[in-house]
Ligand binder design. Structure first.
Ligand code: FES
Length: 150
């Protein structure tokens, strides 16, 4: 097992920040055309030293183990980042201590990056009762939440 695979395995044993965030300020959802996996990220902002920074981030995924491990790592890394700092992070940056994404797994990291960018680019968050869970989205589309395919 490679170091990356071992790190993913360890991250999955205790994934961080999984689940919906009812009081989120932003939400972004993306789907991968490569594998059909989906990932949603919620962001909550706060003010720190006169700047708007990410207070909390969470995610929900129908994705592979790598996407879940990267999202877990990324949602920790995002705490305290400004919108500009968060926007500058690449898929590789978001993997943090997991190490470099293997070529076959780059799109898994890009799914997390895409969900982050989708959330950052959103102008508002639908009221919590209007944010479907990903499982809801496997049902016929409600038209309430836009899913962006990368
Ligand atoms: Fe689909 Fe990893 S295989 S996100």
């Amino acid at each position: 097992m490679s170091d990356f695979e071992e790190n993913v395995r360890q991250a999955l044993s205790n994934p961080q920040n999984q689940g919906e965030m009812p009081d989120a300020d932003r939400v972004g959802t993306v789907g991968s055309p490569d594998c059909g996996d989906m990932l949603r990220m919620w962001l909550k902002f706060t003010e720190k030293d006169g700047k708007k920074v990410i207070d909390r981030a969470s995610f929900q995924s129908f994705g592979c183990q790598t996407a879940i491990a990267v999202a877990s790592m990324a949602t920790e890394l995002l705490k305290g980042k400004t919108i500009e700092e968060a926007r500058s992070l690449s898929a590789q940056d978001l993997t943090g201590d997991l190490g470099a994404l293997p070529p076959m797994k780059i799109h898994c990291g890009q799914l997390v990056e895409g969900a982050l960018r989708s959330a950052l680019d959103g102008t508002s968050t639908p009221a919590p009762e209007k944010v479907d869970t990903l499982s809801d989205q496997l049902a016929p589309p409600s038209g309430q939440v836009k899913i962006q395919f990368l």
